[in-house]
Design a binder for this molecule. Structure first.
Ligand code: AMP
Length: 216
């Protein structure tokens, strides 16, 4: 199964992807996670991406397209994947179409997780992320067992991402509306888009997703 997971920042794509990976044996490919790992490792890519990420802006298309081209070649993706956070612009979607065509691959579906902006702001300001493994928590709805510490074996410290603070959040939501929203029409015209109501319990939202995925 190969799919794109679209949705604004804070919609719950990462949380839902974790469950989908466990149930369907696919791999989650999050461009945000890859960029953060590159920043942590101090690579040239990480340094180029830093100022855009901190401001809540998109990293230029060509940097992202070159990065994803390498990622898609990885053998662990052979069983299928969830693209989380990519594509985010029409030129990225067009580049992905070309990459998939060259690789003889086809997308099964595009999930569009829909959540109103007021809820996104609430979710993002309460999000905490593990410095070591990147797992994300919500202070109220998905708290760690021990305050400030990741539940995974890494036991990493939880922190608030700089771009999860109020100023960058508003910018990220605007960037989503201006640059990523047009992708819903892009994939609807290809009959690939499936809208998912993203409010409610995590398990209920997942059931809605499963109803769509079980068709494939
Ligand atoms: P995320 O973790 O998906 O919210 O991404 C965090 C930040 O990484 C974004 O605000 C962008 O600065 C950058 N980023 C992630 N994916 C992309 C992408 N597909 N295109 C451009 N920038 C991206």
């Amino acid at each position: 199964m190969k799919l794109i997971f679209l949705g604004p920042p804070g919609a719950g794509k990462g949380t839902q992807s974790e469950r989908m990976c466990a149930d369907y044996g696919v791999v989650q490919l999050s461009t945000g996670d890859i960029l953060r790992a590159n920043r942590k490792a101090g690579t040239e890519l990480g340094q180029k991406a830093q100022k855009f990420m901190d401001a809540g802006e998109l990293v230029p298309d060509q940097i992202i397209i070159d990065m994803i081209k390498e990622e898609l070649k990885k053998p662990e993706l052979s069983k299928g994947y969830i693209l989380d956070g990519f594509p985010r612009t029409v030129p990225q979607a067009q580049a992905l179409d070309k990459l998939l065509e060259d690789m003889g691959q086809k997308l099964d579906t595009v999930l569009v997780l829909e959540v109103p902006n007021e809820e996104l702001v609430k979710r993002l300001t309460a999000r905490r992320v593990c410095r070591v493994c990147g797992k994300s928590y919500h202070l109220i709805f998905k708290p760690p067992l021990k305050e400030g510490i990741c539940d995974q074996p890494c036991g990493g410290e939880l922190y608030q991402r700089d771009d999860d603070k109020e100023g960058p959040i508003m910018n990220r939501l605007k960037v989503y509306e201006d640059q990523t929203f047009p992708l819903i029409d892009y994939y609807s015209s290809k009959n690939l888009a499936n809208k998912i109501h993203g409010l409610g319990e995590i398990g209920d939202i997942y059931s809605r997703i499963k109803t769509v995925l079980d068709k494939f």
